[in-house]
Design a protein around this ligand. Sequence first.
Ligand code: FES
Length: 211
Amino acid sequence: MAHPLTAPAFPASSPDAGTHDAERRQWLLATTAMGCAATAAVAVPFVASFAPSERAKAQGASVQIDIADIAPGEVKVVEWRGQPVWVMRRTPEMLAQLDGMTDLADPDSQKKQQPPYATNTHRSIKPEVLVTVGICTHLGCSPVTLNEGTTNPSVPADWKGGFFCPCHGSTFDLAGRVFKNKPAPTNLLVPPHHYLTETTLLIGEDGSAAG
Ligand code: FES
């Protein structure tokens, strides 16, 4: 069942946080919320979950997240190092699109935008669970999600679903791989992460078995 679209609740800036960092974080999180709202009619539902509230987490500590409540096709957003991290549970149909995707700039993830354990077609540990930083690799805007079948004229008619950056038009597939001839130079960043349990992710650290 699709969850209602709501703006994430963000932790208040700490008194001693740098003004720049605080403003940048607010901007990034705000653009994420705007992106969600702008595409509510056609987009993958977002499950708002900016959980961490401690200054240490915002400054670099790992963030634990429960993914059990992310339904197929949904995205949960969590803040890590002041950035929105998307955790998307892809459907079998979404995954099937990834194999035959063409016109990608770096289809095999040769550029080091992900840990070794995410250097695969689906760019993830579990094929169905994408974990990626929701910030465009061009100039840092927050892309929005556009499903297959969208009538948004910003993407081609044969669009298979993915992410679209409204700032300068970069497009990414559902593994965060950037399409050719777009301003963004690389695929979306996959942060270090691993599973503590079947349904609990730790974002910010590689697991001991990471290869
Ligand atoms: S910031 Fe995304 S295309 Fe420029």
